[in-house]
Design a protein around this ligand. Structure first.
Ligand SMILES: NC(=O)c1ccc[n+]([C@@H]2O[C@H](COP(=O)([O-])OP(=O)(O)OC[C@H]3O[C@@H](n4cnc5c(N)ncnc54)[C@H](OP(=O)(O)O)[C@@H]3O)[C@@H](O)[C@H]2O)c1
Length: 241
């Protein structure tokens, strides 16, 4: 079996992936490339209109919000006795920069709920299914903005309190999970996907999300990569914390 269970298991059907934030941007391309590689992809989207659009192209939509504690139970029920070979926590939300005086503290709560607590709950709910895979991977689509090293260098950009705090929390959660789940044979990594031309991307972002998704899928499914750096670029190089 390849690292993320990319080959069809004899008599067990195709490998299964769960991708959150799959309605658009990087997540939509990740889901598409995984489908192209033979995965059965459960796509978490937030609206029925997006579900109808995704469902028309052979991916399985699941309408839900990653902040909803019930979502993990619903996904686990859909998977049943099957395995989850790849869980991609891609859903993300950006907030504008604020000075401390202007900052709505609830932005921080929303960011931590979306990037850290939601993914933590989903992984908890899907742990039995991940353990049923012979080589499962949990991938957190994080950001260089969650890096303490990058924030310390960036100066004024560090005013993105909500996004940076949420992504830093996601990175720490990813590292804690990695240490525990290694004992179950599950790989866990966080990735900075690049500066992508998506709705959330910065105004000067130049990178194509479809290409980024393809490179990321290739990296995660690469036969020769037994392990992944704990925090990495999409090329698989270690990223500074
Ligand atoms: N773009 C970049 O340059 C860049 C750089 C570094 C990291 N990232 C990370 O890459 C990931 C993908 O971002 P993107 O660039 O593709 O942005 P995007 O086009 O804005 O897509 C974000 C997706 O996340 C979904 N989402 C947001 N909150 C959610 C929630 N609570 N529950 C379920 N889904 C939710 C959105 O759903 P709706 O469609 O319903 O709004 C959307 O489909 C994010 O985690 C982001 O932080 C992006």
């Amino acid at each position: 079996m390849s690292p993320a269970g990319a080959e069809e298991r004899a008599g067990e059907g195709p490998p299964t992936a769960v991708v959150t934030g799959a309605a658009r941007g990087l997540g939509l391309h990740l889901a598409g490339h995984l489908t192209g590689r033979g995965f059965d992809v459960l796509c978490v989207v937030r609206s029925s209109a997006d579900a109808a659009r995704i469902g028309a192209v052979t991916m399985r939509p699941v309408v839900g919000d990653v902040r909803d504690p019930a979502l993990g139970r619903r996904l686990a029920a859909l998977v049943g006795d099957g395995a989850v070979d790849l869980l991609v926590h891609n859903a993300g939300v950006g907030h504008p920069p604020h000075t401390l005086r202007e900052l709505p503290p609830d932005d921080v709560l929303e960011s931590v709920s979306t990037h850290c607590l939601g993914p933590l709950r989903l992984t908890q709910a899907l742990l039995p299914a991940l353990c049923r895979s012979s080589r499962a991977t949990v991938l957190h689509v994080s950001s260089r903005w969650g890096s303490f090293a990058a924030a310390a260098e960036d100066g004024p950009g560090a005013r993105h309190y909500a996004y940076r705090i949420g992504k830093a929390a996601q990175n720490m959660m990813s590292l804690c999970l990695r240490q525990e789940l290694a004992g179950h044979g599950i790989r866990v990594a966080a990735v900075h996907p690049g500066a992508l031309r998506t709705a959330m991307g910065a105004a000067d972002a130049t990178e194509d999300p479809a290409t980024a998704a393809l490179e990321l899928v290739r990296l995660v499914l690469a036969e020769h990569r037994e392990d992944l750096p704990p925090f990495m670029s999409r090329a698989g190089d270690p990223h500074p914390w």
